[in-house]
Design a protein around this ligand. Structure first.
Ligand code: SF4
Length: 477
């Protein structure tokens, strides 16, 4: 009989993200689809994403769980439930790779680093009852990468596939864990292999999972152009979204081919409208462009009919309390389609974490329990120029003033005038409303939690135990 492998992507602690922001910006877990593709054919495999469907704790022979810091406590809980049933579990992903000695207390086996190079030997060891506690994956060459098993992913995702064309980043921004996990070398897949994979996708819209498909340097840029041109020349006729560095908006040739190849929107890490903050983050690419040019970059991208979704981090050492009002003014004035705002969060393995630890500024270190507070909505360190409460309230106010119904309608109107693109306009409106509702629910819970001093007050799992934070229920209606 075929052995059953269950691969699980745990939800973040409150499951508010997918519920509020909507399924559009909930992406399929690609790492699990790659691991499914590498398993021998006599394994029966199922992929479950806890963000969009409740885990039923169905039986399996082996359970694989991926985890980031924001969902690792949920991952540990799932792993423990399976081990109580006598089912072995294996964990991988960024968080457990940074803290394998913590994670091994909750699982039978850990994969440190990229799992592809050790996955088949791990399954072989399991079948022979010789599962090791630790496996160390290498950073593999991206030539001849297997095709991910997208057929095993839920059909509830709006973007039904994620495609990865590169890994690694040479930039090493202080808050980012990409370089610690994927390395500082920008590894790229051969263009023809990417195009073949895209051609074989049986969906119209997909997400480029790369941290930046444009890459770093002239050679990488030429490769990106070749890939986008190839999409057009092969007549793929698909629409895509990707994360990209801010340099994207300064390169007319890339913009032109992005538009022709079906780019709907790009997610850009603007990070801050304060250059002192960018310096403290060591965000070199944004500093090279300069905050004064952010508006021009957004306008240029809009000129190609492409939407811009910004990502901003608040609470850096360079910021004072006026940063919230200035961010609101920038968001409304720049006509950026949508934006999310996160509180600076020191993730394990980053230079930011090490610095704040050395400076004695970490506020929540009762691990692993406190990892559930590292969700980008709680302040887990002592900010330089404001209190933790002021930072949380400030971020909430930015959401409130940029996502009300009237403001979202006005912003959607601006999106249409700029891009002349109805899908971009519709997505921007629904995303802004979703983010507004997310922020109201989330920050009300954070406030309640502070008021009652209970770290768990806002962190229940609605779909698994039926409990919800009262503020969350109130704001949902
Ligand atoms: S934030 Fe982006 S540019 Fe900076 S290190 Fe991470 S992936 Fe690279």
């Amino acid at each position: 009989m075929a052995k059953k492998l269950l691969l699980i992507n745990p939800c973040s602690e409150d499951r508010l993200n997918a519920a509020s922001v909507g399924i559009f910006f909930t992406f399929p877990p690609p790492g699990l689809a790659y691991l499914a593709a590498l398993a021998p054919s006599d394994w029966d495999i199922r992929i479950v994403d806890d963000n969009i469907e409740p885990i039923t704790f169905e039986d399996a022979d082996l359970v694989g769980i991926t985890a980031m810091t924001s969902n690792v406590t949920r991952a540990y809980e799932i792993s423990e439930r399976y081990r109580q049933k006598g089912i072995k579990t294996v964990m991988g992903g960024v968080h457990v790779s940074m803290l394998p000695n913590e994670a091994i207390q909750f699982t039978d086996s850990i994969v440190i680093g990229e799992a592809e190079s050790v996955w088949q030997s791990l399954l072989h060891d399991f079948e022979n009852n010789e599962l090791k506690r630790f496996y160390r994956g290498e950073r593999i060459s991206l030539d001849n990468l297997v095709r991910p098993r997208n057929d095993l992913l839920s059909d509830r995702y709006r973007l039904k596939a994620s495609v990865q064309t590169s890994r690694g980043c040479p930039m090493d921004c202080e808050f980012c864990a990409v370089t610690a996990f994927n390395g500082r070398t920008y590894r790229q897949r051969p263009v023809e292999e990417v195009l073949d994979e895209l051609e074989a996708l049986n969906c119209k819209e997909f997400f480029f999972l790369d941290d930046d498909i444009l890459g770093h340097g002239k050679k990488a840029e030429q490769r990106a152009i070749q890939m986008l041109r190839g999409m057009k020349e092969r007549g793929l006729n698909k629409r895509w979204i990707s994360q990209l560095g801010i340099d994207f908006g300064n390169n007319p040739e890339v913009l032109n081919w992005a538009q022709k190849s079906g780019c709907m929107a790009v997610l850009i890490g603007f990070e801050s409208i304060n250059e002192e903050s960018l310096r403290s983050m060591r965000k070199a690419r944004n500093l090279n462009i300069g905050v004064r040019n952010y508006r021009a970059v957004i306008k240029r991208i809009h000129g190609y009919g492409i939407g811009v979704y910004g990502q901003f981090i608040l609470g850096s050492d360079g910021e004072r309390k006026d940063v919230f009002q200035r961010t609101i003014e920038f968001i409304l004035d720049s006509k950026i389609d949508s934006a999310s705002y996160t509180i600076l969060t020191p993730l394990p393995g980053t230079r930011l974490y090490r610095r704040l630890e050395q400076e004695g500024r970490l506020l929540h270190t009762n691990y692993p329990e406190d990892w559930k507070l590292y969700d980008y909505a709680h302040t887990v360190f002592r900010p330089m120029h404001m209190t933790p409460d002021e930072l949380e309230e400030g971020v909430y106010q930015v959401y409130k003033h940029t996502t009300s119904t009237v403001t979202s309608l006005r912003r959607a109107f601006n999106s249409f005038i700029r891009t002349r693109n109805l899908p971009v306009t519709a997505i921007a409106y629904s995303l802004n409303r979703g983010l507004g509702s997310f922020a109201t629910s989330k920050y009300q819970c954070v406030k309640n939690q502070r008021a009652c001093g209970d770290k768990d007050a806002s962190l229940s799992h609605p779909a698994t135990d039926g409990e919800r934070c009262e503020a969350e229920i109130g704001s949902a209606h």
